[in-house]
Design a binder for this molecule. Structure first.
Ligand code: ADP
Length: 369
């Protein structure tokens, strides 16, 4: 009867069965219009802290951040719990989704110039640098505490790009066609991907700035720089007790933070943009639709079909996201939408994607070794 009660409570949101799994959260962020755009669409409205309406359709998610939300609000909502979970030993992921120009990159990284500054609510610094500032200050606090559990931490990270169905190394741009491997010992990993050991916030920001500057971007009419690739920043934390200490109750732990910024779809007419762009666009479309499909399949608790015809076997993206989506991780998806009134069909498609993801179930566990 408690299951029945749970189902009864969860029905009615979006007219569907609502997944109560707190390990998959979907947050919508509406970005303000900029100088080139004419007016905010009056039909796109935040209705409450977790719902918005588009025309006469109402959508409910875990949270909705409106035009007035700043980067600190996003961090408090998503980043602070992520850091706590990561230090507890959970795998955590953020996936930033939306059409080109909807604010994915801004929300995740912010401008490179803002990465080095102290974060303030008004700073443009994105959620990712804020996460690592907090993470290293938590680690330092723990290590300086004489009554603490004397834990040692070792952190390393990698940064990859999926462009035209090929995996490239953003920390070594000469490596362009890497392969995903899967074995019993290491699980899923990308062969030959550069891993850098890091021990401070400054180490991480240097790597982020370097990696982001190597990302493939194109020029579109929507936005002068559109991201033509999916990028994934992975950060691994290993922790263990220093020596034998009676204060040390927990065993060694390892956890992974995956931060994913997806390529956006452009609204350009294909004939305007040249052949290379058409191929890029086809690959972006294919991988995003496979991701949506994966969301559906996982929600139905069946195995995704064995994908074909790409170096990764189907879509590199779905391969790389296997842990984050339907696996051992706590996932937050940020659906970015722009309030500009020319975007209604893209807004609806982004919100539908968010709904599909919300029905995925993950199974995070604390990764003790
Ligand atoms: P995307 O990565 O989705 O293509 P961007 O993050 O590059 O989009 O955002 C497009 C433009 O809008 C950029 O100039 C960015 O600085 C600006 N922008 C995006 N979101 C916001 C926001 N919440 N507040 C202010 N400016 C924003």
């Amino acid at each position: 009867s408690s299951i029945k009660k749970e189902i009864a409570e969860s029905e009615g949101k979006n007219g569907e069965l609502w997944n109560l799994d707190p390990s998959v959260r979907v947050v919508v962020r509406i970005r303000p219009i900029n100088g080139e755009e004419k007016e905010v669409d009056p039909t796109v409205r935040k209705v409450s802290s977790d719902s918005l309406s588009v025309g006469d359709r109402k959508f409910t998610f875990d949270s909705v951040l409106d035009l007035n939300s700043n980067q600190e609000d996003v961090f408090q909502l998503i980043g602070v719990p992520l850091v706590k979970d990561a230090l507890t030993g959970y795998n955590t992921s953020i996936l930033s989704y939306g059409q080109t120009g909807s604010g994915k990159t801004y929300t995740m990284w912010g401008p490179p110039s803002a990465m080095v500054e102290d974060p303030s609510p008004r700073s443009h610094q994105g959620i990712v640098p804020r996460i690592f500032r907090m993470l290293f200050s938590e680690i330092q606090r723990e290590q300086e505490n004489p009554d603490g559990k004397q834990i040692n931490y070792q952190c390393r990270c990698s940064f990859l790009e999926i462009y035209n169905e090929q995996i490239g190394d953003l920390l070594d741009p000469t490596q362009r066609n890497l392969e995903v491997k899967d074995d019993k010992k290491n699980g899923l990993y990308v062969e030959n991907l550069t891993e850098e050991y890091v021990s401070s916030y400054e180490d991480v920001t240097q790597i982020l700035i370097k990696g982001l500057s190597s990302r493939k971007v194109g020029t579109t009419t929507v936005n002068s720089k559109s991201s033509r690739s999916h990028i994934v920043f992975t950060f691994i934390i290993e922790s263990w007790c220093k020596g034998v200490s009676s204060k040390c109750f927990s065993s060694s732990k390892t956890s992974r933070i995956s931060l994913i910024d997806l390529a956006g779809l452009d609204r350009n007419k294909l004939e305007d943009v040249g052949r290379q762009h058409v191929q890029e666009d086809k690959n972006v479309r294919k991988s995003l639709s496979q991701l949506g499909y994966l969301g559906n399949t996982l929600a139905e608790e069946t195995q995704p079909e064995k994908p074909e015809d790409s170096p990764c076997g189907g879509s590199c993206l779905t391969h790389i996201l296997r842990e984050s989506l339907g696996g051992n991780a706590k996932l937050t998806v940020i659906c970015n939408i722009s309030a500009d009134n020319r975007n209604i069909s893209e807004i609806l498609s982004t919100l539908r994607f968010g709904q599909r993801i919300k029905s995925v179930r993950n199974e995070p566990v604390i990764n003790e070794i």
